[in-house]
Design a protein around this ligand. Structure first.
Ligand code: NDP
Length: 254
């Protein structure tokens, strides 16, 4: 097996039907992994599966509402039934509700935290046993620049993404001896549906990101493919608990 070869591996990508999740799924499929697209929207997911089937050995849609821990358990069980094993889990599903902290209803707070944080925990917990049985595994958690910075309109989102980093490190230490590596990726500002909405809701955001990003552009979903392959592959077998920005230099500049 070469360093970056994923032949024979099975990867679940939550929210793998669009944006960053699909960008990562394309990378994993191209490196030889079978892909489970786990999300809510069937039409979007079936379109993604059709594309991923052309790129790699196999792909399937399994319905998931990451905010429901039972749904996480069922999704993992169905993935293992269908493909026989689970090696890679990308905890990518996420959302935000943009408003000032004093305007949040407590259920809105819960929705963001349960989707972005509790969902990642529940999927990781469900994945543990099949990964252990397979002799090891790779958990890739998607944080954000909001894992590091705060924003007036993102109290719940930033809280969930900060916590994702500490969850990543805790899983890394707990499961290192099971040969399960857990790492976090912190994307910079990437052009997806999520940020297309943000650009409508937050005035001046587009120009501010262009000015503030040393690379001088928004990221694209394909900018996340390489890190996904690296963190899913034998090349990263001694890398665990790491937090890696993929941000065009955004977090490096004061
Ligand atoms: P998109 O809105 O394009 O994708 C979000 C994905 O999450 C969709 O596939 C959606 O699928 C899925 N999802 C949302 N809620 C649930 C749920 N309850 N259960 C299952 N799946 C769910 O956004 P991005 O691609 O931009 O975001 C992907 C991840 O990257 C998120 O965690 C986001 O916070 C993070 N991120 C994004 C950045 C950016 O600039 N775009 C920057 C930093 C981090 P469906 O609706 O079908 O369920």
């Amino acid at each position: 097996m070469t360093l970056f070869d994923l032949t024979g591996r099975v990867a679940v990508v939550t929210g793998g039907n669009g944006g960053i999740g699909l960008g990562m799924a394309r990378g994993l499929a191209g490196a030889g992994a079978k892909i489970v697209v786990a999300a809510r929207n069937r039409d979007k997911s079936e379109a993604a599966v059709a594309e991923l089937t052309r790129l790699g050995p196999a792909a399937a849609f399994i319905e998931l509402d990451v905010a429901d821990p039972d749904s996480c358990q069922q999704m993992v069980r169905r993935a293992v039934e269908q493909f026989g094993r689970l090696d890679i889990l990308v905890n990518n599903a996420g959302m935000s509700i943009r408003k000032q902290p004093q305007e949040y209803a407590i259920d809105e707070w819960r929705q963001v935290v349960e989707t972005n944080l509790t969902g990642a925990f529940a999927c990781s917990q469900a994945a543990y046993e099949p990964m252990r049985q397979a002799g090891g595994g790779k958990i890739i958690n998607i944080g954000s620049m909001m894992s590091v910075f705060g924003a007036a309109y993102a109290a719940a989102y930033a809280a969930s993404k900060g916590a994702i980093v500490q969850l990543t490190k805790s899983l890394a230490t707990a499961w290192a001896r099971d040969n399960i590596q857990s790492n976090a990726v912190l994307p910079g500002w990437i052009d997806t549906e999520l940020t297309q909405n943000a650009r409508v809701q937050v005035e001046g955001l587009h120009e501010r990101i262009l000015r503030r990003t040393p690379a001088g552009r928004w990221g694209r979903p394909e900018d996340l493919a390489g890190i996904a392959v690296y963190l899913a592959s034998p090349a990263s077998d001694f890398v665990t608990g790491a937090v890696i920005p993929v941000d065009g230099g955004y977090s490096a500049e004061f």
